[in-house]
Design a protein around this ligand. Structure first.
Ligand SMILES: C[S@@+](CC[C@H](N)C(=O)[O-])C[C@H]1O[C@@H](n2cnc3c(N)ncnc32)[C@H](O)[C@@H]1O
Length: 304
């Protein structure tokens, strides 16, 4: 499998698109094992429709996670989904933008206030597949859902505004499981663009990964190679280590703070403990240090 490069493309079974199917498979497993904490009823049928046999068997419960999926992936899916669901429930803003939406089904399963517009931005192949599959299941969006088929390395703001986004109104943005799949400079551009398009009162949720220490990237690649190897034995030919971008990059939380956002958040390690879930054992990928953060762009205060 070739490394990532400018202008590369994918569907939900290939390259970085398959990571959306993996994330949905983790949500399906989490939903089955802990329905009180997470309810993503669309995850399993979406994964099944993509048709990657191993992920379908895991998502549907036909295959036990065993050593195919580390328990921590399922537990992280629980705390991550709860974090972003909670963020959107609290935000209650008229516009919502889900960047790198993948197989996220929030536009179909959250109780949005009347009149909410939910924009989903991702590659055309991904969004067309999701729209078609959920329509085939008879699922109805619970808000006005607008798809924005665009590449986040390119001029996606034009596509967003073409779909009706109003930068004069506050919006709730999410970039979930996305930043590591963008080159470092594209991450900065994305956060700059979100800031530019955000009226005061806007909110944003994302992950803030600490800068790599010497040796971190090599350990992450080795960890991902181990997982890809196990999956290859099950006929799922993926090369997870090649899907991410490595090296120095700005940490999202301080980067956003420097641009006026008031940011707070918790690490994955803290959230697992808060929810009474098992702590991380070997953490080659430094998952425990990732912070789920939400920020608000303050409204101007009136002069006295
Ligand atoms: C790990 S998945 C996360 C999907 C979803 N946010 C979730 O948490 O389930 C990463 C998503 O980002 C999208 N993505 C990555 N790079 C992108 C780009 N340059 N333009 C548009 N979408 C991109 C992929 O298509 C994929 O759906």
């Amino acid at each position: 499998m070739a490394s990532r490069h400018d202008g590369d493309t994918w569907d939900l079974a290939s390259s970085v698109g398959a990571t959306a199917t993996m994330a949905a498979a983790a949500r399906a497993m989490a939903t089955r094992s802990d329905p009180a904490r997470i309810d993503d009823r669309f995850a399993e049928p979406l994964v099944r429709a993509v048709g990657v046999d191993l992920l379908t068997r895991l998502a549907s419960g036909e295959a036990a996670p065993g050593d195919l999926v580390e328990q921590v992936w399922i537990d992280v899916a629980k705390v991550r989904t709860r974090f972003y669901d909670g963020f959107f429930r609290e935000s209650a803003l008229p516009q919502v933008v889900i960047l790198g939406a993948g197989l996220d089904s929030r536009a179909y399963r959250l109780p949005w206030p009347a009149g909410t517009l939910v924009y989903e931005v991702d590659r055309p192949e991904v969004l067309e597949f999701k729209t078609r599959t959920l329509a085939g299941l008879g699922a109805e969006p619970t808000a006005e859902r607008r798809v924005v088929a665009a590449d986040l390395r390119e001029d996606w703001p034009a596509a967003l505004s073409g779909a009706g986004f109003d930068p004069g109104q506050p919006a709730a943005w999410s970039a979930e499981g996305l930043l590591g799949y963008l080159p470092p400079e594209a991450q900065d551009r994305l956060l700059d663009t979100v800031t530019r398009l955000s009226a005061p009162g806007s909110r944003l949720a994302t992950e803030s990964r600490p800068s790599p220490r010497p040796g971190d990237d090599e350990r992450t690649k080795a960890g991902l190679d181990r997982i890809s190897g196990r999956w290859r034995e099950q006929s799922f030919d993926t090369d997870m280590a090649r899907l991410r971008y490595y090296g120095e990059r700005n940490e999202a939380a301080p980067y956003l703070t420097a641009r006026g956002w008031v940011v707070r958040g918790s690490t994955v390690r803290e959230l697992l403990a808060t929810h009474g879930l098992a702590p991380l054992a070997d953490d080659d990928l430094r998952t425990g240090d990732v912070r789920y953060v939400s920020g608000v762009l303050p409204r101007m205060s009136c002069p006295a």
